[in-house]
Ligand binder design. Structure first.
Ligand code: PEP
Ligand code: MG
Length: 574
């Protein structure tokens, strides 16, 4: 039966394909439906893996000497108990039988249900035991993966649409290696990092669908309309045909845009506008080259730290930064220091903060962990010898954070001098303006830093007190709120007066409906995911700055949302 779900449009385009249900955070386990005749064999494979882990635990217990801490034996007992728990083991068997899932996938689904139940428990000690459930499951998965079952069916990969309750940015990052047609999730906000990665992959996505994961079954036919935020399940032939036509029309439009690749990005009245790219990994460079971006305006380095145990060392980071700088052949590369925390966490160190977006994130984390920060700074500085690198520091609010950061940069430089390693002595250091306090008290930013970059995603989150990952408040996340617009305009103008370059590198920079508004505020540097650059360039080419300025000044004085939107529409129509 056909039905439609409405969510938040986060990544444009249309995807048509079959549903593939995945589990949160363990996307790397294979998911496939077994032919009926293999089900008994799969249940036996699962049973063997559980028995093998029980054997491992017995051996651990036998090896523990009499002085072993009581925690060790308690933990082994607990893991034994979990391995005998019908909620985990029996239910996994039932799932393999009923839904014909492979054992790894069934086990992960069962684990998630259990973890969810643990999360509801009031008692903190018991709630924490969910980590033991995950550890036991990981042990069994390791054994299962050493003895793989039947491989997934072939030939479907190209059109799979991932359906998940939630996806972390780290999960989404793995789509870069897989051929995924699109994805939908129950949770998530439009500027969550998960959504940002989807846009950077240029794959259609809808988030905040609430019940998609429960309503959709493996292999259901799906249509994602990523522009309208609509998901159609099991569409009838007529709807399917209409969407196939729309998809081809969109592809044609995209192909036409490619003609703009080599055009100079300048307004009708001849002002050059810098359009640079946001990247997450060095592997994104081909996309940047495909649109001939003027440089990299934001390299979100924290993605090098996700999906792995331990952190990349100085050499590994240096190689990543050097390779990006070298690939850009003299064009500027803005590398942002680690913005970990909130929705991007290092493996194994998820912190139980009540408000992670307000917690120890980004520069706050780096200043609390100076050795991690110094390692990164040395790697970045060394890479600056191989290209035009500038450093960007996220989440600054206080003068002392700027001062401490600059002192640590000096320390990293001194360490490199002592080692005799070369770097750009005059490397420029910039700050992100993404906390309202920073935008309102720019003085110290203007005095101590070399450039500014406005992170509108967080600036909106913190100005409007909206968690950008929470779909329940997503309707309140408004880039056009007068307070947000005034903070952006004020920052651009203050930068211009002080002679400091100002860029916007949040998602607003890549939205062609906002290009003229930002141009009219005086913005000359836009940084966005490469998939948006040509569309924004098209807007730049059609814009006349002299006309825009007056109209935007009027718009900025408008307090009524409806009128403001009308004025924006008029601005885009001239
Ligand atoms: C922003 O906040 O706008 C930004 C560019 O940084 P991020 O999205 O990585 O938080
Ligand atoms: Mg930010």
């Amino acid at each position: 039966m056909s039905f439609t779900l409405h969510g938040l449009a986060v990544s444009h385009g249309i995807a048509i394909g079959h549903a593939h249900l995945v589990s949160h955070a363990l996307i790397e386990v294979e998911h496939y439906v077994l032919p009926g005749r293999y089900v008994d064999e799969e249940i036996a494979r699962f049973g063997q893996a559980v028995a093998e882990v029980q054997g491992e635990l017995d051996a651990l217990m036998a090896g523990a000497d009499a002085n072993a801490p009581s925690e060790l034996t308690a933990f082994i007992d607990l893991h034994h108990m979990l391995l005998a728990d019908p909620m985990l083991i029996e239910s996994t068997r039932e799932l393999i039988r009923a839904r014909r899932c492979n054992a790894e996938w069934a086990l992960v689904q069962q684990m998630e249900q259990l973890v969810e139940q643990f999360e509801q428990i009031e008692d903190e000690y018991l709630r924490e035991r969910k980590a033991d459930v995950v550890q036991v499951v990981e042990r069994v998965l390791k054994v299962l993966m050493g003895h793989p079952g039947h491989p997934p069916r072939h030939g479907k990969g190209e059109h799979l649409i991932v359906v998940a309750h939630d996806l972390s940015p780290a999960d989404t990052l793995q789509f870069k290696q897989l051929k995924i047609g699109g994805f939908v999730t129950d949770l998530g906000g439009a500027t969550s990092h998960t959504a940002i990665v989807a846009r950077s992959l240029a794959i259609p996505a809808v988030v905040g669908l609430h019940h998609a994961r429960h309503l959709i079954r493996e292999d259901d036919m799906l249509v994602i309309d990523g522009t309208r935020g609509v998901l159609i399940v099991d569409p009838d032939a007529r709807v399917l045909e209409e969407y196939r036509l729309r998809k081809s029309a969109l592809e044609l439009e995209r192909a036409k845009l490619k003609r703009l690749k080599k055009s100079r990005a300048a307004t009708l009245d001849g002002v050059d506008i810098e359009l640079t790219a946001n990247i997450e990994l060095p592997g994104d460079i081909p996309q940047v080259k495909a649109v001939d971006a003027a440089g990299i305006g934001l390299f979100r380095t924290e993605f090098l730290f996700l999906n792995r145990d331990g952190m990349p060392d100085e050499e590994e980071q240096f190689e990543a930064y050097r390779s990006v700088a070298a690939a850009m052949e003299g064009r500027p590369v803005v590398i942002r220091t680690l913005d970990i925390g909130a929705d991007k966490n290092l493996r194994g160190v998820e912190r139980l903060e009540t408000n992670p977006a307000l917690g120890q994130r980004a520069i706050r984390y780096c200043l609390a962990e100076p050795q991690v920060f110094l390692t990164q700074l040395r790697a970045m500085l060394r890479a600056s010898h191989h290209g035009r690198i500038r450093l960007l520091v996220p989440m600054l609010a206080h003068a002392h954070e700027i001062e401490q950061t600059l002192a640590l940069v000096e320390q990293a430089k001194a360490q490199l001098r002592a080692r005799g390693q070369a770097f750009d002595e005059g490397i420029e250091i910039g700050g992100m303006v993404e906390i309202p306090a920073a935008a309102l008290a720019l003085g110290v930013f203007l005095q101590k830093l070399d450039f500014l970059s406005i992170g509108t995603n967080d600036l909106i989150q913190y100005t409007l007190a909206i968690d950008r990952t929470d779909e329940a408040v997503a309707h309140l996340y408004d880039p056009l709120h007068p307070a947000v617009l005034r903070l952006i305009a004020h920052t651009i103008q203050a930068g211009a007066r002080a002679g400091l370059p100002v860029a916007v590198c949040g998602e607003m920079a890549g939205d062609p409906k906002l290009t003229r508004l930002l141009l009219g505020m005086g913005l000359r540097q836009f940084s966005m995911h490469p998939a948006q650059i040509l569309e924004v360039k098209q807007e730049v080419l059609r814009s006349d700055l002299a006309q825009l300025r007056r109209k935007v000044t009027r718009l900025l004085n408008c307090d009524e949302p409806a009128k403001l939107r009308q004025q924006l529409e008029r601005l885009n129509a001239i």
